[in-house]
Write a protein that binds this ligand. Structure first.
Ligand SMILES: *Cc1c(COP(=O)(O)O)cnc(C)c1O
Length: 398
């Protein structure tokens, strides 16, 4: 599936300033204006360059393992009474969709002649993807990670180190992803001449939300192609939403179709608790990490810490394009609790022999709330990653 093959007929966002309606944009220090402009221009040129596209397609195929299968989950389909397909991003190298974006951005960094890569990571999945592509392309990788997360996600810290990356502990604030992101941005500002910042989701200042979406839309493009080949009508698409990159990549080619699009946020400990990560359905618009979007905040605008059993959904913000699609009503967003996600992971494992990432389990759990009579065709779920990394959590909840 060639990179970013076709433009959509009836959807053409963001605008030149990176706005999705009132969301997105660039809320950044003066010193980052030039680098963001440079990056936007470089990305535009790369996207139109057949050689760049061919190179990216080649690495996605031979290194990452694309295309991934669209799998008919027969026993799940029997249980729910409609055909259920899984888009198997869990089968990719490093175990999740994040490698799609890391490859795209590292090729862009090489094109710009940048020898040093910085990135943030929470659960460590994006950090591992970045450390992986840094090793593959011989670049220096510096990964910022909250010290609390480093303890919680020790195996991924080990992986990044084995891959030759430097993991820098962040001791500010809550010592988690939000603080690691701020620290990575600070590093980028300071070292911008030789340094490229690889953001892990559809967040941050323009062009990141657009660029990361474009690098992830291969998920949706392949899905659409396989559905057409098999003459299957997609009634619903379902994906989990942290920052929102697997979801928007999956949804994007369907935005101007009649398919119902469902994003699932982390409801954490449930609706009676303040411990959740539901930036859209329980947050308010504000500015975080260079972009205007929904986020979790106090009445006077202080960003609050998110909670989810799944580290990859544990972020107080969400990509600006999701904020736009939420307000437009084109995508519907729901919440699934920690407990519901755990139960869904168990069901998928027992029925299909597939152990999902806890993040992806949120999308699976939504099936429990989808009335059978609403489904006209097939339900397609993005299985964004595999569950090996969550083994400890699963085992401690059996
Ligand atoms: C990081 C991660 C997510 C959440 O990130 P998005 O940008 O929302 O896709 C979801 N699933 C898996 C497996 C992840 O590693």
């Amino acid at each position: 599936m060639p990179f970013a093959q076709q433009a959509l007929k009836n959807y053409n966002l963001p605008d030149a300033g990176g706005h999705f309606g009132v969301f997105g944009g660039r809320y950044i220090p003066e010193t980052l204006m030039m680098p963001c402009e440079e990056l936007t221009e470089a990305y535009r040129a790369a996207k139109q360059d057949a050689q760049f596209r061919a190179e990216l397609d080649f690495h996605l195929k031979t290194f990452a393992g694309r295309p991934t299968p669209l799998y008919l989950a027969e026993r799940m389909s029997q249980r729910y009474g409609y055909p259920i397909y899984l888009k198997r991003e869990d089968l990719l190298h490093t175990g999740a969709h994040k490698i799609n974006n890391a490859l795209g951005q590292v090729l862009l960094a090489s094109r710009l002649g940048k020898k040093r890569i910085v990135a943030e990571t929470g659960a460590g999945q994006h950090g591992v993807a970045v450390a992986t592509v840094c090793a593959r392309f011989g670049l220096q990788g510096v990964i910022y990670m909250g010290s609390v997360d480093m303890e919680r996600q020790a195996p991924n810290v080990g992986r990044m180190k084995l891959l030759g990356a430097e993991v820098r502990p962040v001791e500010n604030g809550t010592k988690t992803l939000k603080d690691a992101t701020s620290e990575a941005i600070r590093d980028w500002v300071t070292n911008v001449r030789d340094t490229f910042y690889i953001i892990g989701s559809v967040v941050g200042p323009h062009p990141y939300p657009m660029m990361v979406r474009d690098f992830q839309r291969v998920i949706g493009d392949e899905t659409l192609c396989d559905l057409e080949k098999g003459d299957v009508h997609a009634s619903h698409l379902v994906a989990c939403v942290g920052g929102g990159s697997n979801a928007i990549g999956f949804f994007y080619p369907f935005l101007d179709s009649s398919t119902t699009l469902i994003g699932v946020e982390a409801g954490g400990e449930g609706d009676n608790s303040e411990h959740h990560a539901a930036a859209l359905t329980r947050g308010k618009p504000g500015v975080l990490h260079g972009s205007h979007s929904y986020l979790l905040q106090t009445a006077d605008g202080q960003v609050v810490e998110a909670h989810s059993i799944s580290a990859g959904l544990d972020y107080p913000g969400v990509g600006p394009e999701h904020s736009y699609l939420f307000e437009q009503g084109r995508v519907t967003y729901h919440r699934v609790s920690d407990a519901e996600a755990l139960a869904a992971a168990r069901r998928l494992t027992m029925l299909e022999g597939i152990l999902p990432a806890l993040e992806s389990a949120h999308a699976i759990a939504y099936l429990e709330n989808l009335p059978r009579e609403d489904v006209e065709g097939a339900v397609v779920i993005c299985l964004s990653g595999r569950g090996d990394k969550d083994l400890q959590t699963y085992l401690s909840h059996v």
